[in-house]
Design a protein around this ligand. Structure first.
Ligand code: S3P
Length: 450
């Protein structure tokens, strides 16, 4: 069952060349943060290009529940009248974050140092994911949390009435954990410090600076040390959300494996903490170029041009690149199936605790489609069959995971026989226009009756 309705089985049939321009929606990470930071300042933040996927809509609803005024002006234009740092009201209903780990973990951080209680829940996927990674550091501020066994949702947080600043080294490479601590640190006096051994996406740090907070980042032997000075008066902003590199990954990868394709994906945020997939694809021999490289709203942006690449080679993806492409491994494994040789993907334990266990979900589906996959707790590898040699022809489970559903739809565009997923509805969490957009390029994707 999907989070917000009935399952929608989908099928992708082998198709002719993909051609044209693929305008993908706004960045999911930046969209969540725009709403949350907008809610934490007094005055009006205007947002252009907000991702109107279910994950972000659930965060918008949550910000209203905490007292912010969030208005949809149409066409991706939104405004937020915030309540200021420490100004969150106590919600009178349970906060349902749907499928979104980013939503729930960042919102938990944002409310953790206000003297209010809130109860969080989500869909079956989110309610199975670990929250202790966030509530452990929040406890250092004085926040209390009571949830189900294993630190699972539903869970109630009681914010610290007298928060103390925190110094915390993240035990897992997670931008969500880092961001939760920084957002909690906003309403603590003094300096809150987060140390991360491996750099993860840095949108929170960048955006906090944009909103007027004092944030410094130092590269040290311990790792990246991020220091936030608490209790700033955040200033409302005009935010233009760049298009999402994690969504761009799907038309880009599809173009590389479908014969004769030539697709341009304009306006893609290429923040180095997000762009690891594109480097990896180029290392594999992909015909992928960056055009019109520029800077917008403090983020590097370019138009991506991807063309059919018949001579892709398997590589070892460097483990230290994992954080910068963590959401892209499912679709990378599809491209790897069409390459010659083995693609090894080490250092990816975090894939086991995403919307689904993504190694298990992809391995089972790829094997069913005729591809050899090996795996361990924190690594996996795909033995490529080469262009035109992936059989396909099966239905696989998407496990309430948008990226698993889209990855198998991409596979079906270039496999011998069509690929189906039991439920494509989770795609709406991050990429609601996936099906019409891919169809407009030449894909043959249909919703099928169960
Ligand atoms: C995100 C961080 C990543 C990523 C998720 C979005 C964010 O999760 O997988 O889709 O916006 O901070 P982790 O921080 O848990 O790795």
């Amino acid at each position: 069952m999907s989070a917000h309705g009935d399952p929608i089985p989908m099928m992708s049939r082998p198709c002719g060349p993909l051609r044209g321009e693929a305008r993908v929606p706004g960045d999911k990470s930046i969209s969540h943060r725009s709403l949350i930071l907008g809610a934490l300042c007094v005055g009006e933040t205007r947002i252009t290009g907000l991702l109107e996927g279910q994950d972000v809509l659930d965060t918008a609803k949550a910000m209203r529940a905490f007292g912010a005024e969030v208005t949809d002006h149409g066409d991706g234009e939104w405004s937020v009248h915030g309540v200021g740092v420490g100004g969150f009201a106590e919600p009178d209903q349970v906060i349902d974050c749907g499928n979104s780990g980013t939503g729930v973990r960042l919102i938990m951080g944002a409310m953790a140092t206000s003297p209010i209680a809130a109860t969080f829940t989500g869909d079956a996927s989110l309610n199975g994911r670990p929250m202790g990674r966030v509530t452990d550091p929040l406890a250092l501020f004085g926040t209390r949390a009571v949830g189900r066994q294993g630190g699972r949702l539903p869970m109630t947080l009681v914010g610290a009435a007298d928060p103390v600043p925190v110094r915390y080294a993240t035990p897992v490479p997670s931008a969500q954990v880092k961001s939760a601590v920084l957002l909690a640190g906003l309403n603590a006096p003094g300096q809150t410090v987060v140390i991360e051994r491996e750099a993860t996406r840095d949108h929170t740090e960048r955006m906090l600076v944009g909103f007027g907070a004092e944030v410094t980042v130092e590269e040290t032997e311990e790792g990246r040390v991020i220091t936030l000075t608490g209790q700033p008066e955040l200033q409302p902003q005009e935010i233009v959300v760049p298009c999402d590199p994690s969504s761009a990954a799907f038309p880009v990868c599809a173009a590389l494996i479908v014969e004769g394709s030539d697709v341009v994906v304009p306006n893609i945020g290429l923040n180095p903490t997000r762009a690891g997939l594109f480097t990896t694809l180029r290392d594999m021999g992909a015909d992928l170029t960056y055009e019109n490289e520029r800077e917008e709203g403090g983020e590097p942006v370019a138009d991506l041009r991807a063309r059919f690449s018949p001579d892709l080679k398997g590589i070892v993806v460097p483990a230290d690149r994992a954080a910068s492409m963590i959401d892209e491994y499912p679709v990378l494994s599809v491209v790897a199936a069409f390459a010659e040789g083995v693609t090894e993907m080490p250092g990816v334990k975090e894939l086991r605790v995403k919307e689904s266990d993504r190694i298990d979900a992809m391995a089972k589906g790829l094997r069913a489609a005729g591809v050899t996959v090996d795996e361990g707790e924190d690594w996996w590898s795909v033995t490529g069959l080469g262009h035109g040699r992936v059989p396909g022809g099966v239905t696989v489970e998407s496990r309430l995971d948008h990226r698993i559903a889209m990855a198998f739809m991409v596979l079906g565009m270039a496999s011998g026989k069509p690929m189906s997923v039991d439920d494509g509805s989770p795609i709406a969490t991050s990429f609601p226009i996936f099906e019409p957009l891919m169809t407009s390029l030449g894909a043959d994707i249909v919703k099928v009756k169960p």
